[in-house]
Each structure stands twice: as C-alpha cells, then as structure tokens.
Ligand binder design. Sequence first.
Ligand code: FHN
Length: 421
Amino acid sequence: MVQVVQNVSSKGLNWFQDVRFGMFIHWGLYSIIAKQEWVMHTDRIPVEDYEKLVPQFNPVKFNAEEWVSIAADAGQKYMVITSRHHDGFSMYDTALSDYKVTNTPFGRDPIRELADACARRGDVKLGFYSSLLDWHHPAYRFREQSGLAWSDYLDFLHGQVRELCTNYGEIACMWFDGDWPRHALDENNAYFAAGGSFEYDKLYNMIHELQPDAVVLNNRHDKPLPGEDVQGFEQDLPGLNTAGFNTSTVYDYPLEVCMTINDHWGYSAADRNPKSIKHLVHLLVRSASMGGNYLLNVGPTAEGEIVPLHAQRLRGVGEWLKVNGESVYGTRAGKIAPSATAVSTSKGNTHYVHILDYTSDCVTLFGVPEGVTKAHLLHNGAPVEIEWKERNGFIGDKADKFVLLVPEDQRDPFDTVVVLS
Ligand code: FHN
C-alpha cells in the first residue's frame, strides 16, 4: 500500500530557513582515540576491541549549558548532535541497546542535558543526527553470525528515531547520513552493505507525525526523496562538488551546507587547521545567498570540551552577526548576480549586498532590481554612493551596471553589508 508521505509544516520550514546557521556536533567513543569518527574502520578495529572504549568514556568536563551558550554566542540557532554514528554507539539513554553512554563511567545522558539546556535558554533548538549504517549492530553487519534479520535492524533504527522524536521535547530536525555503500568505499562491503530498504516512507511519516515542525534531511548527496524537506551539501557550497560526492544539481528545495570547522568531523588531535573567522563568515553568507543554511561542525574532545580555539572562531562569527545578523537571519536567496567578490541575500524588496573582497574601490554588480535608488551601510547606516552605468559604457546601452563605492575606512574586515532599497 503506497503511503502518502508527509513533509514538515510550513511553520517548521520557515523557521528552518529563517535561522540559517546551526552547530553540528560529532561526539562519541571515537573522540577518545582522537583520530576522527571513522577510526574503527580506518584502523580496522574489531568490535570487541572497540567496545573496550566504553569503560574509558568519562567526559568530566562536559557542560551542556556551555555548549549551548557557545552556539548561541556564535549566532547558531540550532544544534545537530550525533545520537549514534557509524560505530553504533548511542550517545543517549536508548532503551533499544546496552551499547550506550549511560553504560559508561560517565553514566549520564548528554542529549538529555543538551535538550534541557536548549529548552531553558529558548534561543537554540536541538536536532539529531542518526547513522543509517551501523558497524556494531548484529542485525546490520553480522546477520549471518547473529541469525538476525534486516527487519530487526529496521525495528532498532525506527525505534531509536521514535525515542528521539518522543523523549526530548520539540526538536529542530532529524538528520540522516545517507544510505550506503556510497561508491563501495572498500572491498569489505560487509562494513557498509545495507540489508534492504530503510522504509523511508514509514520513517519520515513517523517523524512528521511526532514532530510536525521538524525538518527531515537525509545526506544522500542526491535529489531529496518524498518526506525529505531539505537538500544537503557536504563540505561544499550548493552546486559545487569539490568534495567529489555531492550532486552538482541544486533542486528547488531549501538547502543546507554542512561543513567541518577544521578538516575532520570527529575530534582529531592532529588536526590544527580550523578555518579563519573571515572564511567562516564568507561560507555562511555564500550559503545564505544561495538559499542555504550553514551547519558548521565541531568535534568535542573525549573530556567533553569544545576545542577552545574552535569556540573562539565561532564566537568571532557571532560578533559579526551581532552587527550584521539582519542580512542573514530571515533572508532568502539573493536576487543580484553573485560575483567572486560579492553576493547578496534578500528580504522582500530589501537586498543585502555582501562585499567579501575588494579588487578595487568600485564594486560592480549586475542584476540589481531597477527600483533600487539608495544604499547604506548596515553596520552604521552611512549612505553609500551608487551609480547606474551602461553595461559596456555606450550611451543608450541598457544601464544595468550598478556600481557601489565603499570608502576604505567604511569597510568591515570580513564582509561589508550594503543595504539596497
Ligand atoms: O561518514 C560520514 C562522516 O563521518 C560524517 O558524519 C559526514 C557528515 O556529513 N557524513 C558521512 C560522510 O558523508
């Protein structure tokens, strides 16, 4: 029987598109080894050896309030945390597995504490990442040995999603990480091969019934399926494919770009390459200019800390947003042609030009709506000189070349926002 697949409510979708900036969190047993979240696979660690991490997991420095306040200071309006990554370890108090954080010396449910902290603050909403593949579950990877069926894995997966949509209050989203094997990453497909369909219709309908305002995203690197509300791009701006696994087709969906603050999702002690504040601001506004959210990832340590340098970079973005947030929150894709040095976002008839770099004092734009007659700097309201010019400079040519003149002393070191109206 074909099920009618629902979607998120328009209220939920508008909220998601308005907030534009979120924090992604990859945290789990792998944080102990500090060689990012794929270490069980990359180091070919047998399950019984990997399970020895459980008695070692005790993030004494974990403070949910602090994590949520770092996100809030950064201007991030939602947080998406790994409830269970590919290693199969649940970072919350699930009733469906003993392989969980409450069975470690830590003994607490960090997702409960994050949900409570978000509810107390009210300015950051919590969402959950859930891995569709599982390197630990006996019904995912070891069906021959365990005699379990694929349906047993589906009961587990759907059951966990029901728990997450029921036990932690109102959530922002369910974020699934794609169906595997993608590109058959290695000869040992047992690691990846799903044993059948994930019954998405049932899964998505359950979420939309339990959490009508929560968006569903599935990082399948392809056109969203019925029931999925957002098209995701991983480590790339929409339409780009430098990462090699994104589709370069941007479908008519709300978009979300997820990206690492450095080069890894899970904590990697050797990774000393966090992006600069300027680069992060540019990625945020370039995503927004294309109608996309920016979900920026941190990989906390095994002690339960967001790396101080990462927190400092996030707070730097937050400082810029405190002054220029109007040009990001509540906006939609820009209507002015983007260039290498400038993009735009829009809110009704108001256009926010983001000047990201200067090759000269005059910033030239094309596709500026004809009605635009004035311009001012967002950060101090100062008027900005504008001039309409003939495209090729010939008198009588269509005057669709729009030139902004922003004096050097008026510029923002990261992104100068000029409001056109
Ligand atoms: O394999 C995962 C990876 O560990 C990480 O979770 C990213 C986040 O988008 N998703 C998968 C790679 O596509």
